[in-house]
Design a binder for this molecule. Structure first.
Ligand code: ITT
Ligand code: NA
Length: 183
């Protein structure tokens, strides 16, 4: 099996390659699908997966991953706007904003959508943690400020991150479904 992962994010691809090692090969597809205006990760990923599958005019299925960081004390901000906030404000300043709050709990959520000629299937994963001052050199994005069980995601190996992360959990749900539904 080849998984065609539609993303511009190399970090996501590395995590998929590690997770599916020995199970499937992961091919990165760069396709600039329309990001619909929605506060739902599932809507964004579903539209993206369907549009890309149709545009590629191939029978090969694709997957799209839309992820957000939801900070409790900030009403779930930046959530579906996480990429925009990373590009504009940056990770360090999001941490400074959160550091003014007593409650530093946050959650990563990933919605993974698989699309083929029969339609789409949606898988989700999330992880709860605490925001901290940046630590660690691994991972990408908000990983240095997200602590889980005493370590930031940027202090974990890819394998360790996959074992507990939002994306790793979404991969697990997808892999379980795919094993029974290869089509
Ligand atoms: P694609 O849409 O091309 O897949 P992206 O980086 O724009 O790549 P998202 O919209 O899903 O992906 O990501 C939203 C933001 O959250 C973006 O700033 C990412 O860097 C960040 N992010 C996503 N997954 C993450 C993870 O596992 N750890 C830390 N930050 C993450
Ligand atoms: Na994106």
């Amino acid at each position: 099996m080849t998984i065609r992962f539609v993303t511009g994010n190399e970090g996501k691809v590395s995590e998929a390659r590690e997770y599916f090692e020995g199970i499937a090969s992961v091919e990165q597809v760069q396709y600039d699908y329309t990001e619909v205006q929605s506060d739902s990760l599932a809507d964004i990923a579903t539209h993206g997966a369907r549009e890309t599958f149709e545009a590629l005019e191939s029978d090969e299925p694709v997957i799209v991953d839309d992820t957000g960081l939801f900070v409790d004390a900030l009403g779930g901000f930046p959530g579906p706007y996480s990429a925009y906030v990373e590009d504009t404000v940056g990770v360090e300043r999001l941490w400074r904003l959160a550091s003014e709050e007593e409650n530093r709990r946050a959650r990563f959520r990933t919605v993974l959508v698989y699309a083929d000629a029969d339609g789409t299937e949606t898988f989700e994963g999330s992880v709860a943690g605490t925001l901290v001052a940046p630590r660690g050199e691994g991972g990408f994005g908000y990983d240095p400020i997200f602590e889980y069980n005493g370590a930031t995601l940027a202090e974990m190996s890819t394998e360790e991150k996959n074992a507990i992360s939002h994306r790793g959990r979404a991969f697990a749900a997808f892999a379980e479904w795919y094993a029974d539904n290869e089509r």
